[in-house]
Design a protein around this ligand. Structure first.
Ligand code: NAD
Ligand code: LMR
Length: 340
């Protein structure tokens, strides 16, 4: 059973689906410790699981109580989406079937389409008016699209999908190549789908005020060598990092994914000048309206907005188009399943 409620000031209700799973376990304690919403915001956690996962979520709830987090007001475990999303302010949609060795994320479309529709409908019915939702479970972009389509009364721009992990992966690779700490690098962008077609774009990035492309040219002994490193090493490594982790660990990324999800929500709520997130396209950069596509984004604390007006060269455009074509194909496949 869930620990009993503790009285206290108004708390933010955070619903985590798949809370009994790996990422859920890596998320819950950090959220309860205030790492996502800050040290001044009490939280109420609602953990959604399917029947097989309920005991695991209940165990996590017991451990949460044993941590006696000062900000944690209440923990509930449910296997009913209407109970779990009741009054929800922030939803992290994690529960899904993870990818195994040899599978592409798109293989998961059919398996997961039936999860995110009903959850979107429950959010529509019982969540708080200002609810914000991030899809983590794969295929994340299209799962967010499905959830948004199933919640017609919630503005679509409240639904996002996680590409912050890809952003952080790109930052980690650049940091290692340039020998500069990650916080000295800004202006990176992930475009497109959270999949192997994504485009990690350094063309707007700077390191200590210098264009990253110039720093890479200095590091690799010329612009051609730097371009070859980007094309042959950096982009495929970032885009296929999820598969690399699965290959090495034997299961998909957990702590880095949870960390990225916490940063995604934290920056959306607290504000940021620049990061990457998958948001509902309003036609920016010619990307079809309604697709949940990763862009460079900023937030003033009221939700992510696409950073517009960046120059896009032909090579970048071609890479973006490939990933957007995959998103269109996923959307069409879901339509064919009758879900959208
Ligand atoms: P996991 O198998 O450990 O946990 C998933 C949990 O979801 C399980 O406990 C399961 O019982 C639960 N679940 C399944 N269907 C559910 C439903 N309808 N409602 C509520 N809960 C449900 O998997 P994990 O390692 O925690 O990964 C979760 C998802 O996150 C996977 O889809 C994985 O591919 C994805 N992922 C995304 C990113 C990203 O960057 N977007 C990164 C890593 C993992
Ligand atoms: C990741 O990027 O690590 C996750 O999306 C898991 C996966 O299937 O690659």
């Amino acid at each position: 059973m869930a620990p009993s409620a503790v009285r206290g000031p108004a708390a933010t209700t955070v619903t985590i689906t798949g809370a009994g799973g790996q990422i859920g376990y890596a998320l819950l304690f950090r959220i309860a410790a205030g790492e996502m919403l800050g040290p001044d915001r009490p939280v109420r956690l609602r953990l959604l699981e399917i029947a097989q996962g309920v005991r695991s979520a209940e165990g996590a709830a017991l451990e949460l109580q044993d941590c006696a987090f000062p900000l944690l007001r209440e923990v509930d475990v449910a296997d009913d989406p209407l109970a779990a999303f009741d009054g929800c302010d922030i939803a992290l949609l994690v529960g899904a079937r993870p990818r195994g060795p040899g599978m592409e994320r798109a293989d998961l479309l059919a398996a997961n389409a039936g999860i995110f529709g009903p959850q979107g409908a429950a959010i529509n019915a019982v969540a708080a008016d200002g609810v914000r939702v991030v899809a983590v479970g794969n295929p994340a972009n299209t799962n967010a699209l499905i959830a948004a389509a199933s919640a017609p009364d919630v503005p679509a721009d409240r639904f996002t999908a996680l590409t912050r992990l890809d952003h952080n992966r790109a930052l980690g690779q650049l940091s290692a190549a340039l020998g500069s700490p990650p916080d000295e690098i800004s202006g990176l962008a992930i475009w497109g789908n959270h999949s192997a077609t994504q485009f990690p774009d350094v063309s707007h990035a700077v390191v200590r005020g210098e264009p990253v492309i110039d720093a890479l040219a200095a590091r690799f002994g010329g612009r051609d060598t730097a371009d070859a490193w980007l094309d042959d090493i950096f982009i495929p490594r970032v885009a296929r990092r999820g598969a690399e982790i699965i290959d090495v660990r034997g299961s998909s990324s957990v702590a880095s994914a949870a960390h990225a999800a916490i940063e995604h929500v934290r920056d959306e709520q607290a504000g940021t000048a620049w990061t990457s997130a998958a948001v509902v396209s309003r036609g920016e950069y010619g990307i079809p309206e309604g697709l949940v596509c990763s862009f460079p984004v900023s937030s003033d604390g009221g939700g992510y907005r696409v950073i517009e007006g960046l120059p896009i060269d032909d090579r970048s455009r071609a890479r973006i188009d490939v990933s957007v074509a995959e998103l269109v194909a996923e959307r069409d496949a879901v339509r064919a399943l009758g879900v959208l």
